[in-house]
Design a protein around this ligand. Sequence first.
Ligand SMILES: NC(=O)c1ccc[n+]([C@@H]2O[C@H](COP(=O)([O-])OP(=O)(O)OC[C@H]3O[C@@H](n4cnc5c(N)ncnc54)[C@H](OP(=O)(O)O)[C@@H]3O)[C@@H](O)[C@H]2O)c1
Length: 357
Amino acid sequence: MADTRIPVAILGATGAVGQTFIRLLEGHPWFRVAEVAASGRSAGKPYAEATTHWMEGSMPADVARLTVLACDTAAVRSPLVFSALDSAAAQDLEPAFARAGRFVLSNAKNFRMEPDVPLVIPEVNASHLDLIPYQRAQRGWSGAIVTNANCAATAAAVALAPLHEAFGVRTVFAATMQAISGAGYPGVPSVDIMGNVIPYIGDEEPKIEREMQKMLGRLVGNVVEPAPFVVSAHANRVPVENGHTIVMSIGFDRKPGVDEAIAAVRAWRGAPEVRGLPSAPEIPLRYADEPDRPQPRRDAGLGNGMTVSVGRIREDAILHLKLVAMAHNTIRGAAGGSVLNAELLVARGLLARPGAA
Ligand SMILES: NC(=O)c1ccc[n+]([C@@H]2O[C@H](COP(=O)([O-])OP(=O)(O)OC[C@H]3O[C@@H](n4cnc5c(N)ncnc54)[C@H](OP(=O)(O)O)[C@@H]3O)[C@@H](O)[C@H]2O)c1
């Protein structure tokens, strides 16, 4: 029987996030990996040869056989393009694909804060996809760029979403403990990170300090009005394989009681239109009752890596409340978030449904 799923391409397919796309899309009901592309170092080689370090599980045989293409709109033909490019390459390539009429689902930082580019976590701000017609009109292209956020900002924004909706977040002090897989492959040298904490991740703190407000902001006409809160972030790399942890102290417009805040987190399910999408977890945000959770090793895989965990909501002596949030950085914080964004595009009719004429 003919495979009627939507053909998709992965740009930066050989890297850490690119590989996560390939794992997540294996057997996907709507999308099929038709093309893989990477740098000139990899182009022309079979994917299995170009990807010298496959990081998790087994490489799907049908992808292993694909020839790696150059990231060029003439070579890559799929209508839907997942970009796991590093930012230097994304700057010119992602707009080139949008100009060529493709949907680009980007993980890079470059276009996240552009006023006409949606920065989306489906359960939090699906409505921001309404920027797409405006983006097309502004840029004169028939494709689109849709971005997902920095991985630590994603964990924090999902955790804050119900609290912001109910009590109005005003101030956030955040400190992260970020996994080494967030640095791509080969990432941080093992001699630097084993038994150690590195209190610096290049360009990470500014992303955490600005992206959450856009995602938790309101779309008014063609403008995202950022949520009116300030964030101070400290980013740290720790010897954890997968799963970024972020501890936050939060001040609100109206101080909630601890039980009230826990109830808001427990009740939150996010935008109804996201429920039932193939990659949507049943519970996007889980509150952990155990006093020593969430932990990356135990909780990063919840909901196939798409559930964000929160725990330890308690009084804060300086602001109002404090908590711990944690999410799988290469799944919810990168490839899985992009795949869910693409599913939402299909559900909203922006991309033809698989099998549709
Ligand atoms: N890792 C995470 O947790 C995470 C989370 C959120 C967002 N991100 C973002 O996702 C992107 C990918 O991150 P990563 O960790 O997967 O990085 P990575 O492991 O270093 O992979 C980078 C990929 O980009 C390709 N590439 C590099 N230069 C290129 C060029 N000039 N033209 C075409 N392709 C080129 C590489 O191909 P070759 O193999 O051929 O060199 C490789 O496939 C980055 O923008 C990163 O900031 C990462």
